[in-house]
Ligand binder design. Structure first.
Ligand code: 5GP
Length: 130
């Protein structure tokens, strides 16, 4: 069965898209740990990130780098934290999170639950810097 993220890529589940090319896709996390929390994924559905072919993995990181520049401009912060967890969704993804301090990266505190309108505004702001 297709992963949630494959359904998002295919437009079967809505998302707030940030960027897309033929191999990669970036969109806002529905329950961010920080405003601007973005997920970057390969379109190829592979669970574990290090099971991706080297070329795809390299391309994913390069695509994430471009997206991170726009996220940082849209959500001013000390830096963009980068993490891979993958315990919830079995489709490789990189989390890009605007952070000022270590705790901003914490997935143990309650996550945010912004409205679709709020997410749409953040996504629009990030896209304006791409
Ligand atoms: P992980 O697999 O790295 O542990 O976490 C998956 C992330 O995907 C979580 O931060 C979660 O909020 C996010 N997520 C799960 N389902 C959806 C969804 O349907 N849409 C979006 N935009 N994000 C999702």
């Amino acid at each position: 069965m297709a992963s949630i993220f494959t359904k998002i890529i295919n437009g079967e589940i809505p998302c707030h898209k940030i960027a897309e090319d033929d191999k990669y896709f970036a969109f806002l996390d529905i329950n961010p740990v920080k405003e601007g929390h973005t997920l970057v994924i390969p379109k190829e559905e592979v669970d574990y990130i290090y099971d991706l072919e080297d070329e795809t993995l390299a391309g994913l990181n390069i695509f994430a780098k471009k997206v991170s520049v726009a996220v940082k401009k849209a959500c001013p912060c000390n830096r963009i934290g980068i993490t891979v967890i993958g315990l919830e969704v079995p489709h490789a993804h990189i989390h890009l999170i605007p952070i000022d301090k270590l705790n901003d990266m914490s997935f143990e505190k309650p996550k945010m639950n912004p409205s679709s309108e709020e997410l749409a505004m953040v996504a629009e702001r990030i896209r304006s810097f791409l």
